[in-house]
Design a protein around this ligand. Structure first.
Ligand SMILES: [Zn+2]
Length: 331
């Protein structure tokens, strides 16, 4: 690999991740338009799911709001008909703490052989380390966008699909990963094993300890920071390397819905997020829809106290929700 742009989804330190050199612009091949009748994605409902999560308080591992939110997510998935597995495990943090974590897996439509994963992280960052003010730096964030938005869009999609008698014959496996955002502060060098990645703890665990022996899926879509104002979803290099056809399909659908501005058909960087481990260790192609651009980086509110409800734009939630729904309904 040469001079890769390594960007850290959740966080911070630099590391080398060898991922090929597919740098040319991705062009979707011409495909005849497929008419699909999807349910109407309700952005108000998705927004309410964000507000509900934020109201619990920051979902920091080993805290009461984290436990309460986990219980709510399990109930919510079951209320839409999912069979839920709570994959509980302990993980070491960069601080030396032991984190009690839970990946929440909700399986819908078990008879369907063709299965697609919808994933997001449900924990939130324990520190607002991108704040300037030293007292603010130590506070946990609401994570309305970084965490809650992906969960909310997925909940809205499964709510709609569970109620739709005309849904496609696919199974949906929701995976809410825990411990995604517990990486070290921006300005802290963690000593020890340089290959250790201190964030994406839930996906690292799940990818090596699948919730069902022999589990596989056709592909997966990871949603991370999908509700911020002025969001731009470029194509990350990891997604393109492992799942180029899925990237093409999703971005083509966004364009056909008129959302090409929000989903530019241009590359961003090699973003280290939960999808890396699902691709590399579980062997399941997974793309990441994440707000990051080479020009501007992550959104301004990233890892700041301003990642609260005011950072959320319902229009962006709707664009992402409709794009994913259209993709699912073409399967
Ligand atoms: Zn984060």
């Amino acid at each position: 690999m040469k001079n890769s742009q390594i960007i850290i989804a959740a966080c911070l330190s630099m590391l080398i991740f060898s991922c090929g050199e597919n740098k040319e612009k991705t062009q979707a091949p011409p495909v005849a338009e497929v008419v699909v009748n999807t349910p109407k994605f309700e952005a108000d409902s998705a927004y309410a799911f964000i507000a509900k999560q934020v109201a619990f308080g920051p979902r920091v591992p080993n805290t009461a709001p984290h436990r309460a939110t986990g219980e709510w997510l399990v109930d919510k998935l079951e209320s839409y008909g999912a069979t839920v597995i709570e994959q509980k495990f302990a993980a070491d943090a960069y601080t030396g703490e032991t984190l009690q974590l839970t990946n929440i897996i909700g399986s819908f439509f078990p008879q369907a052989k063709k299965r697609i994963i919808l994933a997001a992280h449900w924990d939130t960052r324990h520190i607002a380390d991108k704040e300037e003010d030293p007292t603010k730096k130590k506070q946990p964030i609401d994570g309305a966008n970084d965490g809650a938005s992906g969960v909310a869009v997925i909940l809205e999609i499964v709510r709609l699909m569970a109620a739709d008698p005309n849904r496609p014959d696919i199974g949906i496996d929701v995976i809410f990963f825990d411990g995604e955002d517990y990486g070290a502060p921006e300005d802290e060098i963690v000593t020890g094993d340089a290959s250790q990645i201190w964030w994406c703890l839930g996906s690292q665990y799940w990818s090596k300890n699948l919730h069902q022996a022999g589990y596989s899926a056709y592909y997966g879509i990871l949603l991370d920071m999908v509700g911020g104002k002025d969001a731009r979803f470029y194509q990350d290099e990891i997604s393109v390397y492992f799942a180029r056809n899925i990237v093409n399909k999703v971005w083509k659908n966004a364009a056909s819905l008129g959302y090409g501005y929000t989903f530019p058909m241009e590359r961003s960087a090699e973003i280290i997020d939960d999808h890396v481990f699902v691709n590399r260790d579980a062997g399941i192609p997974m793309i990441d829809i994440i707000d990051f651009s080479l020009q501007d980086g992550f959104p301004d509110h990233h890892h700041k106290l301003s990642d609260n409800l005011e950072a959320i734009d319902k229009t962006v939630l709707r664009q992402v929700g409709e794009t994913v729904l259209r993709t699912l309904y073409q399967e």
